[in-house]
Ligand binder design. Structure first.
Ligand SMILES: Nc1nc2c(c(=O)[nH]1)N=C([C@H](O)[C@H](O)COP(=O)(O)OP(=O)(O)OP(=O)(O)O)CN2
Ligand code: ZN
Length: 117
């Protein structure tokens, strides 16, 4: 099996307002997010790629246009946990690129959440 990954970055604010008020993440705050998309294939295409990294530019356009420097509570219809975000980006990618195997999202240098069905 061949696996490739590509990383995308954006900055956004959010507020996990379903959490108790005493939780630090119930307050308005922001993160420098990292999204890593993984694609897998048993065979390579005629170019020797799982898929051309360049094709994943569509995800950069989506992130830049919809998430970057936005308030995530205004963007998503679910709590903007890293887990929900990872699944959201996985489903967006899967609708375009069947080789997508997983998406990871980082909010801080020490945390990662992954969606891998
Ligand atoms: N499983 C999850 N837990 C938490 C999420 C999440 O999305 N999934 N999100 C948050 C906060 O939004 C934020 O990411 C804070 O995380 P935390 O690691 O607690 O941040 P700190 O930098 O303050 O942690 P340190 O322990 O000081 O490194 C919370 N939990
Ligand atoms: Zn947060």
């Amino acid at each position: 099996m061949f696996r490739i990954t590509k990383e995308f970055h954006f900055s956004a604010s959010h507020q996990l307002d379903h959490l108790p008020a005493c939780h630090q993440c119930a307050r308005l705050h922001g993160h420098n997010y990292i999204v890593v998309v993984e694609l897998a294939a048993a065979d390579l295409n005629a170019d020797g790629f799982v898929r051309d990294y360049h094709e994943l530019a569509a995800l950069k356009d989506y992130i830049d246009g919809t998430f970057d420097h936005r308030h995530l509570n205004d963007v998503l219809d679910c709590p903007s946990t890293a887990e929900h975000m990872a699944r959201h980006f996985y489903l967006w990618c899967k609708a375009r690129w069947p080789e997508v195997a997983a998406v990871k999202v980082s909010e801080t240098p020490k945390t990662w959440a992954e969606y891998r069905p």
